[in-house]
Design a binder for this molecule. Structure first.
Ligand code: ZN
Length: 306
């Protein structure tokens, strides 16, 4: 029998469960996370999904869970997970392990995303820095084939590195983080500030990040400017990460990365301006290939490596 693992992607809306072998995703299930109903119902739904996947005839050797928030190690308890309050302090690794009868590891979802792209996607097994541009900006660093977690267990929050000195206030409490610019939240915050200043644009207060992208493509000057600010912030972050790690491959994923063409020029200019110890042209920037499947494919790698 071939080797297989279960990957679980715990999202604010849906939980996705995948049976993964060394070749990739064999089969998948999903159910509504129903965060309001708490963790007991969630564990029941999870057991059912795993039972359905057992029909594939592969016996998983372990489970990797991709979770938002900060993971307390080695217990695998999730803390600081604003979209899933019921999960704050929940012993996720223990409870999933008991429910499924399998050894279980928990890892931050952006880290799992990076692992997915490393093993099965745009990384192609090359060490990389991964930025996921969504509601916020997630980050993952893979060096010597391993995730960089650090003794604090909080690595690698690339979205909260400094992009603009004294810049916009971020959800984490610091000022000028990349996330305050190159995420949906950042773009909408910048739009709101511009509207407060009476800037001319076809966009209004109810716009979404995708509306800003559509307006930029249609020639709206303010929308283009916002993406160029986002790109500039990203370029600063790319330069930082290349300087302190020596990595030469950056992977961009998440919904906002589909607007990369609107950000690329500014990012490349920032990289040119900021990166001097390494030739900027050595830094390769690739779009992620796996989309939402990346964490599902990456989480089992945690179980496999432990
Ligand atoms: Zn921050």
């Amino acid at each position: 029998m071939g080797k297989a693992w279960l990957g679980i992607d715990l999202g604010g809306t849906n939980t996705r469960v995948g049976l993964v072998d060394l070749g990739g995703l064999v089969a998948r299930e999903h159910f509504s996370t129903e965060a309001a109903q708490g963790t007991g119902q969630w564990l029941d739904n999870l057991r059912q999904a795993a039972y359905k996947l057992s029909g594939q005839g592969l016996k998983p050797a372990g489970v990797g869970v991709a979770s938002p928030g900060i993971i307390q190690r080695p217990q695998g308890v999730v803390t600081r997970s604003p979209n899933l309050p019921a999960w704050n302090g929940f012993p996720l690794a223990d409870e999933v392990g008991k429910a499924l009868g399998l050894p279980t590891q928990v890892e931050n979802d952006a880290n799992c995303y990076a692992l997915g792209e490393f093993h099965f996607g745009a990384g192609g097994g090359r060490d990389l820095a991964c930025f996921t541009l969504g509601t916020g900006v997630g980050g993952g660093l893979i060096i010597d084939g391993k995730l960089v977690i650090g003794p604090l267990g909080t690595g690698s929050e690339l979205g909260h590195t400094l992009a603009v000195n004294g810049g916009r206030t971020c959800g984490c409490g610091a000022k000028g983080c990349v996330e305050s610019y190159a995420s949906a939240t950042g773009l909408l915050g910048m739009l709101s500030d511009a509207l407060d200043q009476g800037r001319e644009t076809e966009l209004g207060r109810k716009s979404k990040a995708s509306d800003i992208a559509a307006a930029a493509q249609a020639g709206d000057g303010l929308a283009q400017e916002l993406f160029s600010q986002a790109g500039w912030a990203l370029g600063q972050a790319f330069a930082n990460v290349a300087t302190f790690t020596g990595l030469d491959l950056i992977i961009l994923g998440g919904g906002v990365s589909s607007s990369w063409p609107l950000m690329a020029n500014a990012a490349e200019n920032a990289l040119q301006e900021r990166l001097h110890l390494v030739p900027p042209k050595r830094i390769e920037i690739r779009l992620a290939q796996l989309g939402d499947d990346a964490p599902l494919l990456g989480a089992p790698a945690i179980a496999r490596d432990n």
